[in-house]
Structures are given as structure tokens and as C-alpha cells.
Design a protein around this ligand. Structure first.
Ligand code: CA
Ligand code: CA
Length: 446
């Protein structure tokens, strides 16, 4: 957070001081602000990240839209209202967006639902023609699709992106109104080169790409790739993602067809944190029924990526929970349930690569029958995982030792850093499956 932002929005500086003052009892000078903060504590929309609560509490902390004036405090019930509220006034002005009920991102400005055919209209795109043109028997496997059918696909995809990819600017809180099943269906919140954002109490359901792209060079058999995560952080700093639910429901991957012998994957990530994003706290979320759940870093040359994940539940997750590169990642008090759900079968949980330094403390894995403790971690041989107190079915287990005994690419057992921004670390993982079943996800906060 550059100092100029503090000058422009003095409200945030005050609150950052309050948080510090409350914890350190730094002096009577901040008490008037503390009183104000206490009065607002019951108001979810004005809540800020607590001191020491993970990497997002670093430096100036994360206050989101806490300092919003009345003109930037919005309640929205449609996509059109959401987009208007996010763009109203100067970008970076503190703003609160209260989402009431479920917003369908695939809607026009009048609220009418839009389907894939609506986006394709006028672009010349048709899946049948696309499949005919890029069939490996015709097109080969050495180059990406190009030409009229690929151009049409890209044009149609851009039309959908214009609807469902929704940019969140700096100093914003997006929060679900309690008791309204608040959330976004089919949307993709994009926090790009923005600072100080809070996303809480929302259900993100079935963010789906109508126009997956065939890449014959992705892996040995090619892959269909889709474009949208439910939430994407790119070059984002000071972001707190808390008490949300992420799900593919009602469109589970098991219903995806296959083309060219590969799954026609319409989903991408649930929460991807990439492109030098930094100082992120992900807490009390529920990640369910999804394949490529969370990237921390999108390439081995990514940078920064200091992220804390605590008290999250991963259930019906295939992989990337997270797949982490490069950065310093603190993973504590999470519950990973590897039981198959709705056609999703666990592959691995945490992938440590590109020199990432992960500290994993007191997490709990529920191991489905047939799965092994050696299958919970994965890596490219350069990542490190330290920490202790991790449990598998109630027994403390050395996950790195289990992985390294069974896999050729070893995970380094020690890290070059120690977490200091840690809040509410529970000394045992024993009770997490039960306690998080009640405390994690959207709809819990009042
Ligand atoms: Ca992808
Ligand atoms: Ca992604």
C-alpha cells in the first residue's frame, strides 16, 4: 500500500491503527477510533481483518471498503447492479458491495438470462465445426488451433468474458447479506493489480466457460482448457477471502462430454492467486466438488505469493488444494476430506513446486479407503514443506516422510522462513472435521 493512498483515504489509516492499538494497547490516543470500530463490529460489511491474521494482515493490513461513505455503500441484487456499484465514482474510493441473494452473471443489462448460444450468435462459432477443423486426425497434434474456427471461438469467448468477468477495484469489500443465500452463479471476480480487498460470505457456483479451447500440446494427449476462476487474484495485494463456498454444483464435471478422447472441461480454478499477488489470507472457506481448485503462482517464474490458508474445508476436490509455486505459504488448521463426492475423485491435495516454502501445521486429512498418506502431497522436487501436527484420520502423520518414501521427486522437509502472522492456531487438528463442518463456508456469518 503506497503512502499516497493513505493520504487520499485517511479512514483506512485510522482503522489500521485501531487494530494495532487494540492488540498492543499502544495508547489512549487511539481509543476514540477503537470505540467506533467496536460499535461496527457487529456489522459484517464494515469488518476488517484482525491483527496477525495471516499474510494479509501484514503492513497496512486489510480493511477493504471499511471507510466507505454513504455514497459508496451499495446493496445489489443483479449483475447489472453489481457491475455499476463496482464502477461508481473514482476507482479506489473505499466501497462496500452488499450482495443480497444469488446473482446470475450470465444475464444481460435487463436481467434476462444469457446462454452459450447467445454469446455464439453472430460470431460464426459452432462446436461441431470446431471439432471437425481441429480433430487431431486432420489438424495434427503439434500446433494450437488457428484460423476461422478458432477466431470465432475466441470472439464468442470474449463476449462471455465481457458479461461474467467482473473486476473488483482497490479498497473494496464484497460481502453477502446474511440469511439471503448470497452469491454469484457463473461469475468470475477479478482482483487485478488492486490492493486492499475483502470477499466474504458468498457462494460461488458453477463458473463455466461456454467456449473451452483445445490445446493438443497440453500433456501427452492434449487438453480442453477453460478461462474463468470463480475468484482470480492477479497482481493483487492485501486480499482477505473469508467464509465463502466454492462449488461446481449444479454442473458437476461428471456430466462433461469427451471430445478427442479428452474431457471437455468447462471449469478452471476456484480461487487462483497468481501474477505476483502477495499478502493474501484465505480463511474459513469451503471448497467443494471441483477439479483444479487453487493455483498459487501460474508459472515457475512467478514472484511474491505470500499466502496464508487456515480453517478451510476441501471436500470433493481432485487436485491443487493448493498447487503452490515460488512463495511463502502458511497452511494451518485446514480439513481435507478425500472421500469421493459427486463424481470427483481425489488425486492429491498440496503440490509444492518451483521452490515454494510451505509451512503446514495441524491440518487434518480424512483419508478415503483405498487412498494413502503418500498421496496427499505432490511436487517437482524443488518445493519444501515444513511443520508438524498434521493428522491423517486422527493420527499425527509425517506427510513429507510418507510422500518421500513412495515418490521419486522428493519434497524438502525444512523451510527458510517461519510464520509470525498467525491467529487462532489450534494446537491439535483432532477436532477440525467436526468444528469446521459448522464454522466454514458461506451462510455461517450473521
Ligand atoms: Ca487453465
Ligand atoms: Ca485460472
Amino acid at each position: 500500500m503506497p503512502p499516497s493512498s493513505h493520504r487520499r483515504f485517511p479512514g483506512r489509516r485510522r482503522l489500521a491503527l485501531v487494530t494495532t492499538g487494540l492488540v498492543t494497547a499502544a495508547g489512549l490516543g487511539v481509543l476514540p477510533f477503537a470505540t467506533r470500530a467496536d460499535a461496527r463490529a457487529a456489522d459484517l460489511a464494515h469488518a476488517t481483518l484482525a491483527a496477525r491474521d495471516g499474510w494479509a494482515s501484514s503492513g497496512s493490513g486489510t480493511t477493504g471498503g471499511q471507510a466507505a461513505d454513504a455514497a459508496h455503500d451499495f446493496t445489489v441484487t443483479t449483475r447489472a447492479e453489481l457491475v455499476k456499484a463496482l464502477r461508481a465514482g473514482p476507482s479506489g474510493a473505499p466501497r462496500i458491495i452488499r450482495v443480497k441473494g444469488r446473482i446470475d452473471a450470465n444475464t444481460d443489462d435487463q436481467g434476462r438470462p444469457l446462454g452459450c448460444a447467445d454469446y455464439a450468435k453472430g460470431t460464426g462459432y459452432a462446436l461441431a465445426a470446431y471439432l471437425k477443423a481441429y480433430d487431431p486426425a486432420v489438424w495434427g497434434r503439434s500446433r494450437l488451433p488457428a484460423g476461422v474456427h478458432e477466431s470465432a471461438r475466441a470472439t464468442a469467448q470474449a463476449k462471455q468474458a465481457e458479461r461474467i468477468a467482473i473486476t473488483v477495484p482497490s479498497n473494496t469489500t464484497v460481502v453477502g447479506v446474511p440469511g439471503t443465500d448470497a452469491g454469484i452463479n457463473g461469475g468470475s471476480l477479478l482482483v487485478q493489480k488492486a490492493d486492499n480487498v475483502i470477499i466474504r460470505n458468498l457462494t460461488f457456483a458453477d463458473t463455466r466457460d461456454c467456449f473451452p479451447q483445445w490445446d493438443p500440446t497440453d500433456g501427452s494427449e492434449g487438453n480442453w482448457n477453460s478461462a474463468y476462476d470463480a475468484v482470480t487474484l492477479r497482481g493483487a495485494t492485501h486480499v482477505w477471502v473469508d467464509h465463502n463456498t466454492f462449488t461446481d454444483s449444479p454442473h458437476f464435471d461428471a456430466s462433461n462430454p469427451r471430445h478427442f478422447g479428452r474431457e471437455y472441461q468447462v471449469h478452471d480454478g476456484a480461487l487462483d492467486i497468481t501474477n505476483a499477488s502477495d499478502l493474501v489470507t484465505v480463511s474459513y472457506n469451503r471448497f467443494t466438488d471441483h477439479d483444479k481448485t487453487m493455483l498459487i503462482g501460474s508459472s515457475d517464474r512467478d514472484t511474491k505469493l505470500r499466502v496464508t490458508l487456515h480453517h478451510n474445508v476441501f471436500q470433493g476436490i481432485v487436485q491443487r488444494a493448493p498447487l503452490a509455486r515460488v512463495g511463502q505459504v502458511h497452511l494451518y488448521n485446514n480439513h481435507f476430506d478425500t472421500t469421493p463426492r459427486n463424481g470427483y475423485h481425489h488425486s492429491y491435495s498440496v503440490n509444492a513446486r518451483a521452490g515454494v516454502q510451505i509451512v503446514a501445521q495441524n491440518n487434518h486429512w480424512t483419508l478415503a479407503s483405498g487412498r494413502k498418506a503418500s498421496q496427499l502431497l505432490s511436487g517437482d522436487g524443488t518445493g519444501a514443506v515444513a511443520g508438524s501436527g498434521n493428522m491423517v484420520n486422527g493420527s499425527v502423520t509425517d506427510l513429507v516422510a510418507a510422500h518421500n518414501a513412495a515418490n521419486k521427486k522428493k519434497i524438502k522437509p525444512g523451510t527458510t522462513w517461519k510464520p509470525t502472522l498467525t491467529r487462532g492456531l489450534e494446537p491439535s487438528a483432532q477436532g477440525l472435521p467436526e468444528s469446521l463442518s459448522r464454522s466454514a463456508g458461506a451462510g455461517v456469518l450473521k
